[in-house]
Design a protein around this ligand. Structure first.
Ligand code: SAM
Ligand code: DTB
Ligand code: SF4
Length: 367
């Protein structure tokens, strides 16, 4: 992943962002065509596998337990229902599934073992699997990679300067570490941010500067517009103009020519013309389906109509990287082996109890 060496300072990025709009879009469209097929747009589906009750205080997020929002909290979904949802998403043309959990961090427990099974199952459906589960250790990243994870989403959200105005329960540095852990495990990195949280334009390009400073910038950069949710501290934020979204997409596209720029949350507040300019300016992915994680998204049919009118084609899976190979997970294999041994011991004991002259004795089961 190479960056555009013409724009590696905050000043040059700021100048770019503030260019006359159509000049900016033209420059972005030119860069886009050099590196990507301009007709292809990936349809990704989001699935909230664990919703609400999160201990963090991200000011934009309806899933933080401390804010009183209408989100229906639920514990981790079953592997079977995830497979069913993934099959539906695939049938509707999505080539990527992003599973989100309202966790501060991944813990090494049964829930994570189940997520590992989900990743393997969705990869087996030939879909790109992305997860966004909060902070991640290197070892956990390796387990996800082995299961067949294609990408890990962990957003920096905004500039290092504005970050403390948005979140206090986790540091910018923590986020950088998680991204680094995913990177070390060989997982494709998806990391971006949100505009419309009351930040200055300097913070928007400051976010891009953080990616400029990485040894390898993210392969995928989602650009979200704040979805202001009742009950969160940002509920009363004035919605941004769609021109700001177009500028942010275009600036990101020019600065990171090889990355996939994702037009993410906030499309319900945009019209088709605004979205068309985002595609022109280099966005090549949308979230499809009428729900993001917890908030509304345009209807499927509406998006299909937009694709038809704009002449866009849904991008196939693994167009930007090879399909990961799913390998058996050592921890889960060990657990299954023990469960099998226990079942055999119990069956044996049950059978012995039916024999004549049986004397009950204490059996120590495999732990
Ligand atoms: N809990 C995990 C974490 O924070 O990394 C994963 C889920 S979290 C919901 C994923 C991302 O969704 C956040 O980093 C943020 O960028 C985005 N997001 C959350 N609420 C949003 C909102 N109201 N508007 C726009 N984007 C939002
Ligand atoms: C990202 O940058 N945007 C998506 C995805 N990564 C996980 C999430 C958007 C969430 C919007 C608020 C919600 O629906 O809860
Ligand atoms: Fe929790 Fe993630 Fe929401 Fe922050 S963004 S409150 S970590 S679910």
């Amino acid at each position: 992943m190479k960056v555009n060496t013409q724009y590696t300072t905050i000043e040059s990025l700021l100048e770019l962002y503030n260019k006359p709009l159509l000049e900016l879009v033209f420059e972005a469209a030119t860069v886009h065509r050099e590196h990507h097929d301009p007709r292809e747009v990936q349809m990704s589906s989001l699935l909230s596998i664990k919703t609400g009750g999160c201990p963090e205080d991200c000011g934009y997020c309806p899933q933080a337990a401390r804010y009183h929002t209408d989100v229906d909290a639920h514990k981790l979904m079953s592997v079977d229902s995830v497979i069913e949802q993934a099959q539906n998403a695939k049938q509707n043309g999505s080539s990527r599934l992003c599973m989100g959990a309202a966790w501060r961090e991944v813990r090494d427990n049964k829930d994570f073992d189940n997520v590992i099974e989900m990743v393997r199952a969705v990869n087996d459906l030939d879909m790109e699997v992305c997860c966004t589960l909060g902070m991640l250790s290197e070892n956990q990243a390796e387990r996800l990679k082995n299961a067949g994870l294609f990408a890990y989403n962990h957003n920096l959200d905004t500039s290092a300067d504005y970050y403390d105005d948005v979140i206090s329960t986790r540091e910018y540095e923590d986020r950088l570490n998680t991204i680094e852990n995913a990177r070390k495990a060989g997982i494709s990195v998806c990391s971006g941010g949100i505009i419309g949280m009351g930040e200055a334009v300097e913070d928007r390009v400051g976010l891009l500067m953080s990616y400029m400073e990485m040894e390898t910038p993210p392969e995928s950069i989602p650009i979200n517009a704040l979805v202001a949710v009742e009950g969160t501290p940002m509920a009363d934020q004035k919605p941004i103009e769609q021109w700001e979204m177009i500028r942010m997409v275009a600036t990101t596209r020019i600065a990171f020519p090889q990355s996939v720029v994702r037009l993410s949350a906030g499309r319900t507040k945009m019209n088709m013309e605004g979205q068309a300019l985002c595609f022109m300016a280099g966005a090549s992915s949308i979230f499809a389906g009428d729900k993001l994680l917890t908030t509304p998204n345009p209807e499927y049919n509406e998006d299909m109509e937009m694709f038809k009118i704009l002449g866009l084609i849904p991008k196939k899976s693994f167009a930007d990287g090879e399909k990961p190979v799913s390998k058996p997970d050592a921890i889960i294999e060990e657990r299954k082996k023990k469960e099998k041994a226990r079942a055999e011991q119990l069956a044996e004991a049950r059978e012995a109890s039916t024999r004549e002259g049986f004397e009950p004795r204490k059996v120590t089961l495999v732990k």
